[in-house]
Design a protein. Sequence first.
Length: 221
Amino acid sequence: MDLKLKDAAELLKVSEKTLYRWVEGAKIPFYRINRQFRFKTEEIEAWAKNRKAHADEDSEEGNTQHPINIIELLSRSGIHYRIEGDNPETLIRNSMKIIPVPPGIDKESITQLLVSREIMMPTSIGKGIAVPHPRHPELPSINLEFLAICFPEKPFDFGSLDGEPVHTIIILVCANTSRHLRALSEISLLCQKRNVHYLLKNRALREDIYKVMGEERNKIK
């Protein structure tokens, strides 16, 4: 998280007001550290590149992107409790062993991609939440995308910039970088909601998490 709001706005050549509006609408990947918005240069550059590419496609062919629905993705792989592991790699591997994934997914390959990304750079987004994901998502179909919420047996150090132990990991695998960035933006925004964060931190019942996340998602659409 090397960019502040002003820095990211300058990189994208937009006003801070415009960038803030994108953040509020979960249109761009961001993080919130100590009540301030932060951005990763590589994610912002990838987001800008994909945004331009799809704008060109839309203008030439009239195409629109298939919408991201993280509640639907979550329903494919679910919510899981008491995952054993005292380090990111072990926790990711143990999570991937138990979560269901769409038919056609090579679990071992995806697991290795998740672990490799975590070793390269921690995926904590702050406030006790991490979002492990492949560095370069690439699936043959959006029907293979999935998202799972996993609760470790106990919170532990995940290399978070804010220093908070991670109590929730959200494993995210999308078809391509563009869809990953859009999903990450929505997850980041939802996790800033006080009621969503409270439920995650306290390992609430599945039905309560689904209900509240769905309600909050509808509010930002």
